[in-house]
Design a protein around this ligand. Structure first.
Ligand code: CAA
Length: 303
C-alpha cells in the first residue's frame, strides 16, 4: 500500500526537518530536503551524518547503510523543483500560522494533484491548513517527536476532511519508518501537547511561586515519575518560545484560563532566554559540555 510513496519532500531543515529526512532516508525513501537557505541545508546534511555516526558507533547501522542513506538525500532551495515529483510532502517549517498557510498554498499549486500533504505542526489546526488547499482530503498531521531518530511515536492527526484511506496509509508508512503511529483528531494541541504543555506550564508556575527550585522540580518528576527529563529541562530542550506558543494555541482554542502561559515563561521568552538553542533557559548551556548547570537566575531562593 505504501509502495506508491517513493519520493518524500521535507520542507524545512531545522531540528525536526533534518530528523524527519534522517528516518525517511534510513528507511529507503528518496528524500528531497527543501529550505530557502543552502547554508542551512548543508548544515542539516552534516547533522544527519553525525547522528547516523552515533547509530554506527552503537552497531545500529553499518557504514555502508549510512552512505546509502545519505546518498538518497537531495537538497533544494526551489520549492517547485523539490515537490514536482513528490508522492508525499512533510512540512516542518517554523511554527507560524501565516507561514504554514502560505507554504501549503504553494504546495497545492506546485505538487502533483495526488501528492499527500502532511504537516509536522505541534499545534496548528490541520483543518485550517487543509482549508487553503484544493485537496483537504489529502492533508494530514504527521507529528514526529524530538529527537526524531530516537523517539518511537508519530502522532497522526486527522483534519476534519482528511480521507480515512490517507490516515491508514500514513499509519502504515509510519510503521515502515520503525515508528508507532497513534491517531488523534484535530482539536487544539491534539493529544501530545494538550497533555504535555500544561504539565510543563505547571512546573514553571511551581518554580515562579517558589514551591521548589529547578533541580528539585526536575528531580521529583524524573525519579518520581520515571520521565527521562524533568519538565523544566524538557522545556529548554523543546524551546521556551515553542512552549509559550503552544500554550497560547490551547488558551485561544479551548478558552479556559487554565491554559494561560505562566507569566515567568512569557518573561523569559520576551527576554530571549529560550532554552538550549539560545544558550540559557532554566539551565545554562555551554557548547561541548553535557553537564546540566542551573541558570544563575534560579540558583538562590531570592531570584
Ligand atoms: N539522532 C540519533 N540518535 C540519537 C539522537 C539523534 N538526534 N539523540 C540521541 N540519540 C541516541 C544516542 O546515541 C543514544 O543511543 P543508545 O541508546 O543506543 O546509546 C540514545 O539516543 C540516548 O542518547 P544520550 O545517551 O545522548 O542521552 P540520554 O540517554 O539522556 O537520552 C534523550 C537523550 C533521548 C533526548 C532523552 O533524554 C529523552 O528521551 N528525553 C525526552 C525527549 C522527549 O520528551 N521528546 C519529546 C519532546 S516534545 C516534542 O518533540 C513534540 C512537540 O510538539 C513539542
Amino acid at each position: 500500500m505504501t509502495d506508491q510513496l517513493k519520493i518524500v519532500t521535507v520542507i524545512g531543515s531545522g531540528t525536526m526537518g533534518n530528523g524527519i529526512c534522517h528516518v525517511f532516508a534510513q528507511s529507503g525513501f528518496q528524500v528531497h530536503m527543501m529550505d530557502i537557505n543552502q547554508g542551512a541545508l548543508d548544515k542539516a546534511v552534516a547533522t544527519i551524518g553525525k547522528n547516523m555516526d552515533r547509530q554506527v558507533a552503537k552497531g545500529g547501522m553499518t557504514e555502508e547503510n549510512k552512505a546509502a542513506a545519505l546518498g538518497r538525500i537531495k537538497t533544494f532551495t526551489d520549492m517547485g523543483e523539490a515537490v514536482k515529483s513528490a508522492n508525499l510532502v512533510v512540512e516542518a517549517a517554523t511554527e507560524n500560522v501565516e507561514l504554514k498557510l502560505n507554504i501549503f498554498r504553494q504546495l497545492d499549486k506546485l505538487s502533483p494533484a495526488d501528492c499527500i500533504l502532511a504537516s509536522n505542526t505541534s499545534s496548528i489546526s490541520i483543518t485550517k491548513i487543509a482549508s487553503v488547499t484544493g485537496r483537504p482530503g489529502k492533508v494530514i498531521g504527521m507529528h514526529f517527536m524530538n529527537p526524531v531518530p530516537v523517539m518511537k511515536l508519530v502522532e497522526v492527526i486527522n483534519g476534519y476532511a482528511t480521507d480515512a484511506a490517507i490516515t491508514q496509509l500514513i499509519c502504515k508508512l509510519s510503521e515502515q519508518l520503525g515508528k508507532i503511529p497513534c491517531v488523534a483528531n484535530d482539536y487544539p494541541g491534539f493529544v501530545a501537547n494538550r497533555i504535555l504543555m500544561p504539565m510543563i506550564n505547571e512546573a514553571i508556575i511551581s518554580l515562579m511561586e517558589g514551591v521548589a527550585g529547578v533541580t528539585e522540580i526536575d528531580t521529583i518528576m524524573k525519579l518520581g515519575m520515571a520521565h527521562p527529563m524533568g519538565p523544566l529541562q524538557l522545556a529548554d530542550f523543546i524551546g521556551l518560545d515553542t512552549c509559550m506558543s503552544i500554550m497560547n494555541v490551547l488558551y485561544a482554542g479551548l478558552g479556559n484560563t487554565k491554559y494561560a502561559p505562566c507569566p515567568l515563561l512569557v518573561n523569559m521568552v520576551q527576554a530571549g532566554y529560550l532554552g538550549a538553542k539560545s544558550g540559557e533557559g532554566f539551565y545554562k548551556y555551554t557548547a561541548g559540555s553535557k553537564d546540566l548547570v542551573v541558570s544563575a537566575r534560579f540558583k538562590s531562593k531570592e531570584w
